[in-house]
Design a protein around this ligand. Structure first.
Ligand SMILES: NC(=O)c1ccc[n+]([C@@H]2O[C@H](COP(=O)([O-])OP(=O)(O)OC[C@H]3O[C@@H](n4cnc5c(N)ncnc54)[C@H](O)[C@@H]3O)[C@@H](O)[C@H]2O)c1
Ligand SMILES: [Zn+2]
Length: 362
């Protein structure tokens, strides 16, 4: 088992990573020291892991809430269901919430923990690769507004994260690849050695070799934890984690949520950000090819021929990170070295979107 510490003063917490953590009684007792525990999960994850987790945890007053599956459930109505259960069962301030599932369950449960009695403790037990390498770390919690994703939420750090890499065995291949987009992103923004490692070990990763999985989750969490501890509330460095996301979010919104998984849209966005960086004289053609090749080997798309450049640009201007002076996006100075660029030349971006959408050789 690997352990990484997120250093945030009195809000610091450990991330434990490895196979079999869900059934580790000793670790659970130590990590979730409460008499009242509400486990929030969904209809897909519950039949796979809830019983084993409940048996191993065995808190005095232990309840579970099994919600329907899907992003469409990340709503105020689901939040109300969790809060209702906490009130009905007479949960106190020293109770724990546990998020057992992917990013949807994690974001929703985290927000419930942030708001119940103005904040109670919660543990993240992420069961998708995306949740293990990204959403369970850093304390961003949210639900969706019917018209805007993640629009209602709070910063609320978990008390611990337990990433059981065995749970990834039941994850659909497409979801696993989507998580790899964020892993590759972590290498690209801060760690060229990790990017090289991924190029050399992508087969072991795809066949889910146990030590390869522990390594990618650990290194991703280390990189994210390091950025979060420097910039918890996203005033500066944390923005680097948005590589590929200005394009990606616009693409998700343009195509309608459900066409591409988030990680797939990010993968297309990383390719567009890399090409924009090259066009602006920052990285080399060869670097772009290495990035595309790794994304494709990871089972990810790198282009979408249905993109309408002006429509995508319009949505990019509306991105939460944009401001009155224009688009802000993350570009690459080098592999392993990302920078935030304000108001990049939109003609360049448009040209890249156009060429990357038509060029079927990429
Ligand atoms: N808080 C953050 O910092 C942050 C960062 C990135 C993404 N997010 C959020 O995360 C969400 C996406 O997370 P996600 O990709 O994990 O989606 P998800 O939670 O919908 O999980 C994807 C699918 O996999 C299923 N699943 C989960 N674990 C499984 C397992 N072990 N085996 C089989 N199936 C399993 C889920 O039920 C679901 O159908 C979005 O809502 C996004 O906004 C948050
Ligand atoms: Zn993302």
């Amino acid at each position: 088992m690997d352990t990484i510490q997120v250093a945030l003063g009195e809000r610091s917490y450990p991330i434990h990573i490895g196979p079999g953590l869900i059934g580790d009684q000793e670790l659970l007792r130590h990590s979730i020291p409460a008499t009242q525990v509400l486990i929030v999960t969904n209809e897909v994850v519950a039949p796979l892991y809830l019983n084993a987790f409940e048996d191993a945890l065995s808190a005095k007053q232990q309840h579970s809430l099994v919600l329907p599956d899907g992003e469409s459930e990340k709503t105020l109505a689901s939040l109300a269901k969790i809060l209702d259960k906490l009130v009905e069962q007479g949960f106190h301030r020293d109770a724990y919430l546990v998020a057992l599932g992917g990013g949807v369950i994690g974001d929703l449960t985290g927000f419930a923990a942030a708001s119940y009695q103005r904040g109670i403790k919660f543990a993240q037990i992420p069961t998708t690769l995306l949740a293990q390498v990204d959403s369970s770390v850093g304390g961003k919690t949210a639900v969706n507004h019917p018209k805007a994703k993640n629009m209602i939420g709070a910063f609320h750090q978990p008390s611990c994260v337990l990433a059981d890499t065995n749970t990834l065995k039941t994850l659909p291949t497409r979801e696993f690849s989507a998580g790899l987009a964020e892993v590759i992103k972590h290498g690209l923004i801060l760690d060229s050695t990790f990017f090289n490692w991924l190029e050399n070990n992508i087969k072991e990763v795809l066949t889910q070799d146990s030590s390869a999985l522990t390594h990618i989750v650990s290194r991703s969490c280390e990189i994210k934890a390091d950025i979060v501890s420097k910039d918890e509330f996203e005033q500066g460095a944390r923005a680097l984690l948005n590589l590929g996301h200005t394009f990606g979010h616009a693409l998700e919104s343009l195509m309608g949520y459900g066409e591409w998984l988030h990680g797939e849209a990010v993968s297309i966005g990383i390719n567009l950000a890399a090409e924009t960086s090259r066009e602006l004289g920052m990285i080399k053609t060869d670097d772009c090819e290495r990035i595309r090749s790794l994304l494709k080997q990871a089972g990810l798309p790198v282009r979408d021929s249905k993109i309408e450049p002006d429509a995508l640009l319009k949505l990019m201007r509306m991105d939460k990170k944009a401001n009155t002076s224009g688009i802000r996006m993350v570009l690459l100075e080098d592999l392993g070295n990302a920078v935030v660029v304000s108001s990049p030349d939109e003609r360049v971006i448009k040209k890249i979107i156009q060429t990357q959408s038509i060029d079927s050789s990429v």
